[in-house]
Design a protein around this ligand. Sequence first.
Ligand SMILES: [Fe+2]
Length: 625
Amino acid sequence: MRKITSLLLAVFLINFISAQEIIPKSYSNFILRNDSLIFVNQSGIEVPQMNTRTKYKYSDFVANSTGTEKGISFGFNNKDFNGYMFFGLINYEDAIYAYPVYQYRKLQIKNGKVEVNLNWLAGKYDMIDWEINEKGTLGYRIIDGDGQFVYDGIVNFKGTGPFTVAPTIIEGPFLSDVKPDGVTIWYKTNFKVKTFVTVDNTDFYDENETYFHEFKIKELESNKEYSYSVTCDDFKYSYKFKTAPKYGSDEKFTFAYASDCRAGSGSGEREIYGVNAYIMKRIMALAAKEDVAFMQFSGDLIDGYTNSKEDINLQYTNFKRSLGAFAHYTPMYVAMGNHESLERAFPVMGTKYPLMIDNFPFETESSEAIFADNFVNPVSDLHSEDGSKYDPDKKTNDFPSYKENVYYYTYGNTAIIVLNSDYWYAPLLTHYPKTSGNLHGYIMDNQLDWLENTIDKFEKDDKIKHIFITQHTPAFPNGGHSKDDMWYSGKNYPRAVVAGKEVKKGIIERRDEFLDIIINKSTKVVAMLTGDEHNYCKLKISDDMKRYPKEYDKDKVRLNRQIYQINNGAAGAPYYAQEDLPWSEYTSGFTTQNALVLIDVDGDKISVRVVNPDTLEDIETYVIK
Ligand SMILES: [Fe+2]
């Protein structure tokens, strides 16, 4: 009887822990002690989890306003916060891309509190007629005491005094997954509310009151411009989108490519907590002016590298805010980089950087899950690394999901395959393989198989003429990441470790398998669009190109044709200069200027224009097919 009781107790305890945080079987050398996660290092020393940088949190700053007798009072949750606020009205009638026009006043935020008196924006400052309409929209900017920009917010108000804060779209509306017969429209509101979207005289309603709103619009005509509106409470906004041409159509179109807009140097809008919002705004404006069909942005949207979900969510909000009014018209697809990283960290004696692993429970708290929470991307049939030959338990989920971080989409005669080369990422794995995890730049088995199958599918599909592959890390780094990406200074030993066991293939072997698939097993892949290195350059990858370290004892792969690697990590993160690498003579166009890559697809032909979004200077133009 006693035995049964203790057995029941054990089962109960395991269930309790599993509800809280069961250690995934894919990791190694971790234990739970009093609900705390402990890493047991090679000397048997128990290292408890530590907190990493969490300066600001989402809930400290976003949607914390109330109406008052005179205006709007902001009570930020961070009561120690002292800084400044700029504010101004937004006139949606006046511009296609509406932004706040800041008034001359600079308000002091004391102990997390500040109030905007709306009468300051009356009379000669009322360009939106809020005094007549008894409603309006205020934009505001929060800056901390050190001059660090923290958040650009937006809030709807009603009344002429007293005022109330009304439901407001605080992120978006955004467009994604644009198809010949539809598009997805999504946005976030400050309150849980029901809203609706109108396309072509049809209304699409939220089913429930919610913060996150997503509408899959279907049954539209191809290659057609549609007006759409979003109605949130008494506020209605009108925008436009264009559906994709018919599947397989040779209709000419342009798409934009960039990556790495995480915070740069130079303060101000170049570093709005986690994001270079200045360059991102210039990129979006240029993409809109070029009337691009869509924008592909492949990783390092934010600084990331935090163990706080609240911190990373504020940074993601700042990225989405930086896309501004342009994203209401231009569909966006985003990929993960190494900085989209929500981690559990453990201090390492004598080193500056802690040891880190991807956060868990994977289903709700991993870097991949939080990325999927923050964006709407297409979903593929690739699930995770579960089921691979390294899966430690076929019955349990031991890896994060690939949902919305590995996928493909098509536009006319072109397919874009989006990969995640920072999946289940453990940043210092090469130094501390004991934890298990995956490497920066390493594509694990299931993802590689999925890539091969997806390419095979498009090779057999007569409607598709061109394929682009995009992943954050270049196969051949040129400036800034020669010590990692898919090169690791020419060392093959770095590789993923699963449940304490190293996988068979090293990074250079894996790079070769990757190249074999996209070059030798494909006739349609024209280019790899990469980032991570904060510069622009192009590389002609061919069999002539030197690409192995001096004494390399593994099989070398022959390349039967040529493709381009177009690297554009020049969206605003701190720059890297060019390094000397075996393939440097094949690299051209290298620049540390900010850049936007514009790819013109015209039937069988593909050409590339590279433009500095800041100065609008042409960087280079070339034909790739
Ligand atoms: Fe990166």
